[in-house]
Write a protein that binds this ligand. Structure first.
Ligand SMILES: Nc1ncnc2c1ncn2[C@@H]1O[C@H](COP(=O)(O)OP(=O)(O)OP(=O)(O)O)[C@@H](O)[C@H]1O
Length: 220
């Protein structure tokens, strides 16, 4: 991904279209601030191939995402959206540039099979809450609210292996919502959902996560 990637705000918040900036331009001189939910400057990421060649994947990516807003990053297949999101989620380390992401943050993978791991829907959504110092009642309440937000409350006791791909994706989203993180990172959140559900999901997440900062990445 280079300076051609676009970041667009999605409804309900309308924001001007931004473009990532080339290295050495407006961001080069100043330090990152904590004013943004996500901010990166001149970020790069490369991998080493089996032949020992350095393969650049991200090159000079700069963007600033304000807190409390819902953003979508659009770009063609293979341009580096997932890689950038994984860097924001702390799953990959950038090889260059600077980065600030508010914490805690939660990440929803493109493929829910990589995320939905517990035997039942209820257990899966509650899984990530084990790391918080909260009561069982609070866990039950958060699980119920998160499942309600994605239209899956009635599936509370369902074994996850009986769910469809789209239902699993909803459960994965509910798991992230239940954690009530500062930054909410969704990689192609609607890839397993049908057209109607895609339209409905964004407002549901917006409503549930009104206090969250969100970033969604999808191909054109
Ligand atoms: N570990 C790796 N080794 C080699 N190439 C990689 C590696 N990780 C990513 N790539 C390549 O980097 C590019 C960006 O991949 P990425 O998954 O970030 O793209 P994307 O924009 O999310 O694509 P899509 O819209 O198809 O999901 C692709 O060409 C991919 O093949």
């Amino acid at each position: 991904m280079n300076a051609t990637a676009e970041v667009r705000a999605t409804p309900p918040v309308q924001l001007p279209l931004l473009r990532s900036q080339a290295a050495g331009n407006c961001y080069a001189a100043s330090a990152l601030t904590e004013n943004f939910a996500i901010e990166c400057r001149n970020l790069s990421y490369s991998v080493k191939t089996r032949q020992g060649r350095i393969l650049p994947i991200l090159n000079d990516c700069s963007l600033s995402i304000p807190a409390g807003q819902f953003w979508m990053l659009l770009g063609p297949n293979g341009c580096g959206k997932s890689t950038l999101l994984k860097i924001f989620g702390g799953l990959l380390n950038p090889t260059g540039g600077s980065l600030h992401v508010k914490k805690p943050r939660s990440f929803v993978f493109q493929n829910p099979d990589h995320q939905v791991v517990m035997p039942t829907v209820e257990a899966d959504v509650a899984f990530g809450l084990g790391k918080f110092n909260i009561t069982n009642d609070e866990i039950t309440s958060r699980v119920a609210k998160a499942l309600d937000a994605v239209g899956m409350y009635e599936y509370l006791q369902r074994p996850v292996q009986t769910l469809s791909g789209g239902q699993k994706q909803r459960v994965a989203i509910a798991g992230a919502l239940a954690e009530a993180c500062e930054v909410f990172l969704l990689d192609e959140l609607t890839s397993f959902l049908d057209e109607n559900d895609q339209v409905g999901m964004v407002p549901s997440i917006w409503k549930m996560g009104g206090l969250f900062y969100k970033l969604i990445l999808q191909p054109y």
